[in-house]
Design a protein around this ligand. Sequence first.
Ligand SMILES: *[C@@H]1O[C@H](CO)[C@@H](O)[C@H](O)[C@H]1NC(C)=O
Ligand SMILES: *[C@@H]1O[C@H](CO)[C@@H](O)[C@H](O)[C@H]1NC(C)=O
Ligand SMILES: *[C@@H]1O[C@H](CO)[C@@H](O)[C@H](O)[C@H]1NC(C)=O
Ligand SMILES: *[C@@H]1O[C@H](CO)[C@@H](O)[C@H](O)[C@H]1NC(C)=O
Ligand SMILES: *[C@@H]1O[C@H](CO)[C@@H](O)[C@H](O)[C@H]1NC(C)=O
Length: 777
Amino acid sequence: MAAAPPKLSLLLSLITTIYIFLSCTTITPVFSAGKPGPFACDVSKNPDLESFTFCNPSLDIETRVADLVNKLTLKEKIGWVISGSEGVSRLGIPGYWWWSEALHGIGSNGPGSKFEPDNVRAATSFPQVILTAASFNVSLFHLIGKAISTEARAMHNVGAAGLTFWSPNVNIFRDPRWGRGQETPGEDPLLSSQYAVAYVKALQQRDDGDQTRLKVAACCKHYTAYDLEHWKEFDRFTFDAQVTQQDLDDTYQPPFKSCVLDGNVASVMCSYNQVNGKPSCGNPELLNGVVRGQWKLNGYIVSDCDSVEVLFNHQHYKNSPEEAAAVAVNSGLDLDCGSFLLEHVEAAVSRGLINETSINRAVTNNFATLMRLGFFDGNPTNQLYGNLGLNDICTKENQELAREAALQGIVLLKNLGNSLPLSPTSVKSLAVIGPNADDKDFNMLGSYFGNPCEYTTPLKGLTAYVPTVYHSGCNRILCDVAQVDEAKKIASTVDAVVLVVGSNQTIETEGLDRENITLPGQQQLLISEVAKVAKGPVILVIMSGGGMDVQFAKENPKITGILWAGFPGEAGGTAIADVIFGSHNPSGRLPLTWYPQSYAEKVNMTDMNMRPNPTTGYPGRTYRFYIGPTVYPFGYGLSYSEFKHLLAEPLPTIMTVDLEEGHACQSSDCKSVDAVEPMCKNLGFGVHLTVKNVGKLTGSHTVLVFSRPPRVHNAPRKQLVAFRKVHLRPKGEEVVRFEIDVCKDLSVVDELGNRKVALGKHVLHVGNLKHSFNVTI
Ligand SMILES: *[C@@H]1O[C@H](CO)[C@@H](O)[C@H](O)[C@H]1NC(C)=O
Ligand SMILES: *[C@@H]1O[C@H](CO)[C@@H](O)[C@H](O)[C@H]1NC(C)=O
Ligand SMILES: *[C@@H]1O[C@H](CO)[C@@H](O)[C@H](O)[C@H]1NC(C)=O
Ligand SMILES: *[C@@H]1O[C@H](CO)[C@@H](O)[C@H](O)[C@H]1NC(C)=O
Ligand SMILES: *[C@@H]1O[C@H](CO)[C@@H](O)[C@H](O)[C@H]1NC(C)=O
């Protein structure tokens, strides 16, 4: 979405309001809540509506939607193919804003949701998704989604939010410079898929188990191969992503496929960019063919805002606006975020470019979604979740979960001589330095944020443990001027130093990719100079979405600890302090590769290829394919404790695929076989591992199971096939069981996009454990 930045004055007044609010000790709402958000079929106002089939909640959705569509004129229908849908007062239907956001808490992007001083002032702001992903904890993903959907329903009941949320963002974080990488679960298709499914289900599933209904509607975006904002002369509105069928099916599509097939998401958003010469929102193969046809989306396809206008005005994809509208609608688009379709569909219909059947299809999908949400069941406060209100937003539990999520995500990257955790009793004075240390601009929230319930900066969090002295060390986050002398002065006098650096939304965000992946401006200079004069431990805390080349800090023995905190949300400062002072043992793992700066200098951001190219020297992308040096690899992350894995049961050394009689591979030499039934039946084995905490502290540990397939079909060097997080006391142990399905988990995608089981030697890795086995026929 091309989100307008919030007006500064407005933001400031809201911030002030929040602080005033927080300074009150009693949280009894002193303001009366607003009226419920818009809803149709208000029989209390108009008893005639009761006789309408579409208003009858006891009938099935299909019958009701058909009745409604049947009652509308073409003009009225056109009002419901755009995001600011127009009410039909003769039928008791109000207008509706489809665009609300719930990426990591209710956001203020989009007109569907709003924070107001006399209604809902704030909502829980969880860590930006990239940090939550680093927890590798699927139950946490689910709990966060559930807390957010409850706050969303509560906000809807008081007229502060819609019911359709355009979250999550499940694009693969392909390049470290991507400004929106922070919004995603990272670079791995399996982790992204599991995140998508857990989050979508938590937003959508109702507690009464009624699968035909939705708590709120989620949306997986941006379909597909979208992950460039604005880099050099390229921008997302005109970028034509050249993607091979293999990369598409192997990397870019899996999170969307899982989202629709396993998450049953109610919406998919098509992206601005083109894929192989066709705009995503005007591509019948990708929309009608894949999303609707193969994956059977039960819901609506929406454009990014306003992709349809973009394909006409920026991409000049069609000669007239009517043809542009027609290619979108006829490709399978149901809802336009924007007004392009409102302006041009009618003319397109009269020119015969769009038929009314297609319009009916679009509005049927849109209305069915609203019907599943209860929009046509009268007042939402009389429905399931109708009792939710102001007291269900920013609850203690939700705010505690925001802190918990930050704690679980923070990644310990370096801990020289176990300098961490710091002891709150022996550290008598602490210098807190850096432009993100006392951030009051909501940098910790990351993009797509709303007003947070509370906001604890790292300085405040650390000061709760020990006395601190503070200096920002830079004129601002961009750090064009480092205030080295002032920073050194305080650093040289204290027992320990914490430096909080990194980026913010002016450096990496929507519409803005980075050029360099080093720390901004003179931050590196500041850090190195401060480290020189420090007497005790120096702990570097990095806030960022993408990776940073901090090789200098990794190698500097004076810098004893490094933590990555993503954008840790409203409780980020508390969580950072809890990790530094050992109230929490860190367990996050990087959900993305941290590359050296040379990567940004060598690699064309527009190159969508995942696989390296030995002839051009192109190194490939992500841990699955990249062959160069890293600053920190995918999956990296330390603990204050130590964990060991042992095989609890021996693994097979040979797996035999039973081919059907007369299979071509029986008579010729095959490198792989199709991963299809019946060969795939019961082709699998269990991996049972004993995980032991052999250190001194209680902590959580993520078991990551990787496979290395044989080198056929240009397969990944390595891929994550399963993961599980366990919590263990010192000396504690637990057996973790994974069921590995050879066809599903160990197969690779071939050059044509088909799943294949490679024949030959496969290797499974878990930490230092390795096991090889042969797949034969
Ligand atoms: C309407 O248009 C769609 C998309 O072009 C086409 O598939 C369908 O057959 C048409 N239906 C009728 C009744 O003409
Ligand atoms: C990020 O930091 C810069 C200063 O380096 C500041 O000007 C800007 O307002 C900050 N961005 C946001 C979105 O707060
Ligand atoms: C990126 O780094 C290069 C080399 O250090 C520098 O010349 C350039 O100005 C940097 N670009 C940005 C946007 O900071
Ligand atoms: C980068 O890729 C773009 C197309 O995506 C191409 O126009 C440009 O020449 C490439 N640049 C280099 C240095 O390879
Ligand atoms: C996963 O997250 C849940 C919710 O916060 C938490 O209760 C659980 O302990 C976490 N699991 C591990 C192994 O840390």
